[in-house]
Design a protein. Structure first.
Lengths: 289, 321
């Protein structure tokens, strides 16, 4: 691999890392607080992309407002799912996971029937042009995901470590019973966790809408890698999810550039299998998968 | 001849009825029933593994291993279909044994998602390797069984009705074996591992070994189902064994339940009837299945099979006054 290509691939990997981090951190915070895994998380990302399509490309809202609108809608969707599916099934992680597989079907088919399958929706780019650095060129729209992801993660860190509700959330993640004894409502914290997690998925989908083809099945492409990242990083660990996002962002981009995407996926699932077999807590997790 | 209980008489009557049904069924419905029989083998083989408490997301891929194996044995090596189907089932059992090396270390959610990773690794290998698996488009022109002399008659098993009868027979034999396993000490041991692994371990049960056995038996019959499928379809591709198909299997098993041997059979049959009955809904059918899956998990967590004892009890109460 030539140096120029390697540099360009590294830039692409950095952008992919940010998308992965947004999606995987959402899953991690939900698992950490609720001990529940959402198989429809990729579809939440898809719904976020469709929201931006509707609000920005169709209704003509400014792009940032459309993204914020998408975040709010997907977070609302998360709250409904928490109340309807996760709360009645609390404590049964496999059962909850299977139920969200049903939700995955419903969202894919529902969106497919409303917007049509086969032809992706076209979302015009918000930031045209590109940025060059050391001979690498990245489209401005794609680059936008980097500051957005960093800002979202810093905001999350501030919330979790400096604000009362965030501390309560971490308390529930560490020990739900002790947290409940302190008067923290598990129901409200679960709703908060899925709200934040879904908002992150909505943000990722909204930012990617002008870059990736918006189709009802776009969630498929990210959900597998998101689970690989969360398992390798350690279930419920936000820091672990970020670190694993960097690792897999680079592995996927470089393997895809040198060989092909299928090989990258094969490497991903095998790494996940090995981690589950040898170190089921992942890199930084406290919870055993 | 010994006295038979009413259950056995009903069972014989059901199979006798199924055997003569193609005489008045339309061709399309014969095909639907062939697929139903294959899916019953698949769902019950899933049930066998589920007795140890683990739900395998690799199960549809193990069916695919049977399908790909038999497709390659017949088209590349020229092995006759009837010999290739049982060999393919054994290959699936062997592959099942291999992927269970890492999987047996996992339980619960870890096993669930780990089995998905293992299955996906196999499935993506089919996607990536043009030779011999045909890559993303899969394999076509897979041989059908052809004409074979049965009791002096030349029967062409490539036709629907002979293939239907063959599948019915294979299903009957498979269900017989799996039923005997389920009711044997082996089945009880699987359930002991599920209900209390620590107790089972301290009672001297080798949990790893029994979980391996359950996974191999399940994979064997899943592979058999896949081989039966591929020689009827004539083609096979990796997408057919993706997570989407796996979710359909989960819907059958959740709707029927895993509490008794009959439960998964009820699940597949009911959902096949609903699927065929909802033809008018066309593309909305996965939506319906997703909704049914969620509602069943929340409101009838044991599946339809768990309602049978309750119905029987109520019926007895009514009769006794």
């Amino acid at each position: 691999m030539e140096f120029d290509l390697a540099l360009q691939t590294a830039a692409n990997a950095g952008i992919l890392t940010c998308i992965y981090a947004l999606i995987a951190v959402g899953l991690a915070i939900m698992f950490g607080v609720m001990k529940m895994a959402n198989m429809a998380h990729g579809e939440f990302y898809m719904v976020g992309a469709y929201c931006v399509y509707l609000l920005y490309a169709v209704a003509g809202w400014p792009f940032p407002a459309a993204v914020i609108g998408g975040i709010a809608i997907v977070a609302g969707l998360g709250l409904v799912v928490e109340r309807a599916i996760f709360r009645p099934l609390r404590g049964q992680v496999v059962v909850g996971y299977i139920a969200t597989a049903g939700l995955m079907f419903m969202l894919q088919v529902g969106m497919g029937q409303i917007f049509g399958v086969g032809r992706p929706e076209i979302v015009p780019t918000y930031l045209t042009g590109s940025v060059g650095f050391l001979g690498t060129i990245v489209g401005s729209q794609r680059l936008l995901v980097v500051p957005a992801a960093v800002a979202a993660l810093l905001l999350l860190w501030f919330f979790l470590h400096r604000m009362k509700a965030g501390r309560a959330l971490r308390a529930v993640a560490q020990d739900p019973e002790a947290a409940a004894l302190q008067g923290i409502s598990i129901d409200r914290m679960s709703a908060l966790a899925i709200g934040i997690g879904s908002a992150f998925a909505g943000l990722a989908g909204g930012l990617m809408a002008p870059v990736y083809p918006v189709t009802p099945y776009m969630g498929h492409a990210v959900i597998l890698i998101a689970f690989i990242i969360v398992i390798v990083g350690g279930l419920g660990s936000i820091m672990g999810a970020v670190i694993a996002s960097v690792i897999f962002g680079f592995i996927y981009t470089f393997v895809t550039t040198i060989a092909d995407g299928v090989l990258a996926s094969i490497i991903g699932v095998i790494v996940m299998l090995v981690v589950l077999a040898i170190k089921p807590t992942g890199l930084l997790g406290r919870v055993k998968a | 001849m010994s006295k038979h209980n009413p259950r056995q008489i009903v069972l014989v009557a059901v199979f006798a009825l199924l055997a003569v049904m193609p005489l008045w069924l339309r061709a399309y419905h014969t095909e639907v029933l062939i697929i139903l029989f294959i899916n019953i083998i698949l769902a019950v083989s899933f049930y066998i593994i589920a007795q140890t408490g683990e739900w395998s997301l690799a199960h549809v891929v193990m069916m695919g291993v049977g399908a790909y194996s038999s497709a390659l044995f017949t088209s590349r090596l020229g092995i006759p279909v009837f010999a290739s189907i049982p060999i393919a089932a054994l290959v699936a059992a062997g592959i099942g044994r291999l992927i269970n090396y890492p999987l047996v270390r996992m339980t619960g959610f870890g096993f669930f998602i780990g089995s998905f990773a293992a299955g996906e690794a196999i499935r993506l290998t089919w996607v990536r390797m043009r030779y011999p698996f045909g890559g993303v488009r899969g394999l076509i022109n897979i041989p059908t069984p052809g004409t074979i002399s049965v009791a002096g008659f030349a029967v062409n098993f490539s036709h629907a009705i002979p293939y239907y009868l063959m599948t019915l027979g294979v299903m009957a034999v498979s269900l017989f074996f799996m039923y005997r396993i389920d009711k044997s000490r082996l089945g009880d041991t699987f359930r002991a591992i599920h209900s209390d692994p620590d107790l089972a371990g301290s009672a001297g049960i080798n949990i790893t070994s029994y979980r391996n056995q359950a996974f191999m038996i399940g994979s064997l019959f899943a592979g058999l189902a896949g081989a039966l499928l591929v020689h009827r379809m004539g083609s096979v591709d990796p997408h057919g064994f993706s997570i989407t198909t796996m979710v359909y299997l989960l819907v059958w098993v959740v709707v029927g339940g895993t509490g008794s041997f009959i439960s998964p059979i009820i699940g597949v049959s009911v959902m096949t009837a609903i699927f065929e009955g909802a033809r008018g809904l066309a593309q909305w059918r996965p939506f319906l299945f997703g909704a049914i899956l969620i509602l069943m998990l929340i409101f009838v967590p044991g599946g339809l099979g768990s309602l049978i004892p309750k119905v029987q009890e109520r019926y007895k109460k009514l009769r006794s006054g």
